[in-house]
Write a protein that binds this ligand. Structure first.
Ligand code: SAM
Length: 214
């Protein structure tokens, strides 16, 4: 492994805003970790965490947790959060499949999934972060009316997402085929992530759906 990566891995082990195996926090994130009573938003597959950081800057009355299994990417977001003294943001390096152990019933009322890996092979569809299998994991800790936001450049993944949530009897609150051109798109939805910048440079359009599942 490159020395620079090893250094980052050693560094984030000491960060107060990166949490490992947080089973003991399940159900008590706000009170025990953030030391407030504010609602909690998750960003799944946060990568470098730009969305988590910007949402935390804009909404000081909420707590934000970015989750990704790539530690070098989490290092970027966590380092920036410390520099900016964003006390309402933290990160977990874990596989999203394990989240049922880390959050309590009804604990989460908002989830962002920005540019999830498309896993184009049908045999891998259960790994897509918006698959029915993954939604059944989220169901163990979301509150009734939990808002989901999904953004992607990928047409096939967008279609798959809509099919997947239709099976869950989702209520769609907003649907867009091009968030950077259409009117009426909330400012938070227009926050650009690392992958989003890349896709926009390639001339791709960004699709978005906001929904709730019952
Ligand atoms: C295409 S990147 C998008 C990153 C970021 N959301 C953005 O828009 O810049 C997808 C991210 O999801 C993470 N990811 C995919 N499946 C995951 C899983 N099962 N558990 C944890 N992280 C996952 C990857 O490590 C990667 O950083």
């Amino acid at each position: 492994m490159p020395r620079n990566k090893l250094k980052k891995f050693a560094e984030i082990e000491t960060y107060p805003n990166v949490v490992y195996y947080p089973d003991s926090l399940a159900g008590n994130w706000s009170r025990t970790f953030f030391r407030n009573d504010n609602p909690v938003t998750l960003e799944l597959g946060c990568g470098a965490g730009l969305l988590t950081l910007e949402l935390a800057r804009r909404h000081r009355n909420r707590n934000y947790i970015g989750i990704d299994n790539k530690r070098a990417r989490i290092w970027q977001g966590a380092t920036q959060a410390l520099t900016d003294k964003l006390h309402n943001a933290c990160f977990i390096t874990t596989r999203i499949e394990l989240l049922s152990a880390y959050f309590g019933v009804n604990e989460i009322d908002e989830i962002w999934i920005a540019f999830p890996d498309p896993y184009p092979k049908p045999s891998k569809s259960n790994k897509r972060l918006i698959s029915p299998e993954m939604l059944s994991i989220y169901r163990t800790f979301i509150s009734p009316g939990c808002i989901f936001h999904v953004k992607t450049d990928d047409d096939a993944l967008f279609d798959f997402s809509l099919e997947s949530i239709e099976r869950e009897n989702a209520v769609i609150h907003q649907l867009s085929g091009n968030i950077h051109e259409e009117a009426g798109i909330p400012e938070d939805v227009r926050i650009r992530t690392v992958y989003e910048e890349r896709h926009l440079k390639e001339g791709k359009t960004i699709k978005y759906v906001r929904f709730t599942i019952n």
